[in-house]
Ligand binder design. Sequence first.
Ligand code: SAM
Length: 306
Amino acid sequence: MFSYRHAFHAGSHADVLKHMMLIAILRHLTQKDAALVVVDTHAGAGLYRLDGDYAGTTGEAQTGIFRLASAISPAKPAKPAPKEVAPLIQDYMSFVAQFNVPGELKVYPGSPFVAQRLLRAEARDKLKLFELHPTDIKSLAGNIAQLEAGRQVTVTRADGFEGLKALLPPPSRRAMVLIDPSYEIKTDYAKTVACVQDALTRFATGTYMVWYPVIPRPEAHDLPRRLKTIANRAGKPWLNASLAIGQDEERSQPGEPARRPGLTASGVFVVNPPHTLKPALQVALPQLLKALGRGRGMSQTLESAG
Ligand code: SAM
């Protein structure tokens, strides 16, 4: 069960979509004075090296943050940068840049570091992190300890699907929950659906954000459809965004190992999204697709209700 390590995937196109949306949602939710509780049910290690052994093995950041960076500020003038980069993309890129020395892109913030940077000590916002992997929980605890955030952040080695239950409803009645499993085991799909259903029963006005892979597997295909049904039955607004970068059309050279396709598409489903999210994504998603799309099969979708 523990073969998934997010370090291999940090900064990929899926991370770009997820973290760009996470930043946008948290920026909106932290505008109100009342304390916000953020729960990250599947936290990962928190912080990643893009030049380290893990990231280098799969090169997944090349499908995401590196490709986006070169599309926005192209090294060669032959490929002009978009005249006006969408605010969500600009914000995401400058956010990641804060973790790096100027001109370099070596460190990548995972969702715990994205959230912690946006939370407000003065508002008594809280961040609750769950992780199960025996190595990643140690890295996460070590990375978070360096922030010296005190009681603002708690790290728990436990099943995030279960751990969430005790946190809802939060005392401040304001919560944002990221549910970002690796879907390494098939039951994660059903657990995600059950988790959102249960969370909405406990706390109907929370914002729930679910990342999912778009892959040819019935459970994956059904996941956004099932989430829509849950949100509709609860009478809650929802938004569903997806990004498919398409197949890499570059062929392997003779003698080179065959290129593995890897994950080419993912989506993010949000229950109770901020009203500002959809218009912002309408501008950002086409630009993201232009920057990250590789050819056959590339597409983006954005739908919502309520
Ligand atoms: N949310 C992270 C981010 O955006 O930076 C990435 C998380 S990664 C996709 C999923 C993580 O969930 C892995 O580190 C895995 O070890 C962990 N995990 C798997 N099952 C879990 C569970 N039931 N509860 C908590 N963590 C779990």
